[in-house]
Design a protein around this ligand. Sequence first.
Ligand code: ADP
Ligand code: ZN
Ligand code: ZN
Length: 741
Amino acid sequence: MGEAGAGADAGACQVLLLSDARALERPLDYRVPAGLAVRRGSLVACPLGPRRLVGVVLGTEPATYEGRVVALAGVVDCPPVPAELVDLALWTARYYAAPVSACLRLVLPPGAEGALRRDRDGAWRLARPARGPAPRLVARSVPGAAAATGRRADVAAALTAAGGALAAAELVRRASTTMGTLRRMADAGHLTLGLEAPDGSPAPHALAGAHAPVEAPTLTADQAAAAHRIRAAIDGGDQALLLHGVTGSGKTEVYLDAIADARARGKGTIVLAPEISLTPQLLARLRARLGERVALWHSAMSPAERAESYARLRSGEADVVVGARSAVFAPVADVGLVIADEEHDGSYKQDSSPRYDARQVAYRRAQQAGALVVYGSATPRPETWRALPRVSLPARVDGSSPPRVRVVDMRTQPPGPVSRPLARALRDAMGRGEKAVLLLNRRGFSLSAVCRGCGWVAECPDCDVALVHHRDPPRLVCHHCGFEAGVPTVCPACGAAEILRAGVGTEGLDEAIARIVPDARRVRLDASSTASRGAVTALLEDFSRPGAAVLLGTQMVAKGHDLPDVTVAAIVDADAALARADFRAEERTFDLIVQTAGRAGRRGEPATVIVQALEPEARAVRLAADAAVAEFLDGELRRREEHRMPPFSHLVRLVVEGPDRTSTFDAAAGLAADLVALGAEGLDVLGPAPMHRLRGRWRRAVTLRAPRAATAVRPLGALLAARGKALADAGVRVGVDVDPQ
Ligand code: ADP
Ligand code: ZN
Ligand code: ZN
């Protein structure tokens, strides 16, 4: 393939360049020289001045462009991005008003963002194809196997003609067959399929843990009914379903049944969990049942691990992926089922650009593929509760009843983070060698340093927030920007020597617990203790070792980890979240209480759940204590409808941010006024909100409300494009968050 090939052209294509420092967000047109096979999703080598950059082909056209359009230098020697994933990335960019390049990055093969090199053989290759050559699936003849018949005979012949071994993808092409046929032939013993490194040695993965699948338990009547309903939904062409089941009701078994069913129909499955730390447990469970054809996918994997998962999924060797939110973009072929476990969890929304919500993208991906999404939770979102057909698993599999929840009114308790009933429960449980899980939504030792004399509060110089007192080592820390300062002994405002600590954080609670049960092991799980990779898993393993132990931490402890011997679960400050000015505060509080309670007594052992609250009569606290999910959600939906909040509308949050107070203030006001002036039907402009400072920059938010996200996003795009230069000149940036959490 020559550079800028002479002769008749094959047409033209639109290419988005990936590694261009100027981050061109619009595709460029290139000519496709004759002899170059290019399609949507191909990676191509694109001349840009003297450089050759990797680009993704977004579209092709048969006609050659008129005038001077530069020709592609070549096609990169690596599998193209599947066209449906290009579609999904472009949809994500549109829906979330996010940069196209950032969304495409979610679907690229590993290494595609790096440089290109041209080899002696003339081929363009990725200069750094994610450390280590990717393994590939290889078909091999089986000597002495029974003769295949019909179309399988053609496949066997093609394999023999190739000398008895061939990359599976190549065999599919040569014999005009499908990967499914190869699988069935492998099952029937006509050939073998195995993952091999390019040098023919078995890939590391193929050697690891080749244990025999564990047999499935007989489903309970409720599980069988749910499984039946899921199959009916697939056959009936339903788009999505809510699987509502209390913790321990056997949802995972229902997922497993559905995945096996999808596999039997030749379809792949995506299984999503809200947290990376939840994926190892889920992966182990899936592999034990479904065998080794299950790949892992999350953002903390090494490039080599990612390359392996990519290759296994792309080749069809693995047909199930388990992962955190980015796995919704994994190259699973022929998706028939998407499962979003613990679907209520806000971590499904990415909190940096591109700010996509994996639950929403999952819905879109399933829609494209004609697949079904199963959203599973013990505390579903109002959104799913209202919109989706529902299947329920009302009881725990072992027949035990969930632990009773006791609400403690903290106004009647002595000062301190631990109430008398909680202290008693901890002593009892530790005395029996059992475990406890305590949730407190604040890390650090205490919330702030306050002067008793004048009320001065230590604040971050760059953010409008109080600094948090940490004990180990002693310092004041800003939880927004990381600013640190020493702990003052005298007040910098009035000179008084009485600096008090107000409120308690995880470190302070840790100290209080140490006084109550000094002999129990304590494991603290929060953003400070889990900053390093793999830390969560290590800490949870430590906690799970036999013997008395207390796990205390922020909301991380409420996530769906399956922890043994937990007989006490407590929420130390249950209504702290209610004080927040957020329409999801009630929902959050309710979920947190029910989910934390779900950590206790998972093996049917008697358990104590304690909810400490300053406002025990608050609706979310009261109903959560009774685990009254339907009543809570129905009321919550009525309230949301009254105020036209999601799911009865969509919100789009704009954060206007700049170095200077006045220009940021004015930019937000100007944007809000322009949006009002547009008079778009159904579009409400809420705000601008008050100014505040974060990491030394001024911020002011404007919230848009509309019946559909696109109603707000479309005019916004045009407006930001028109105002882009003026805003940039003032150093002002506008962040867009569609469906903010
Ligand atoms: P969930 O995902 O709803 O919390 P799981 O699927 O993890 O529930 O099931 C809870 C426990 O019950 C697990 O230990 C699981 O192995 C077991 N279990 C689930 N279904 C059955 C069944 N039909 N028969 C026996 N044990 C089951
Ligand atoms: Zn003072
Ligand atoms: Zn700060």
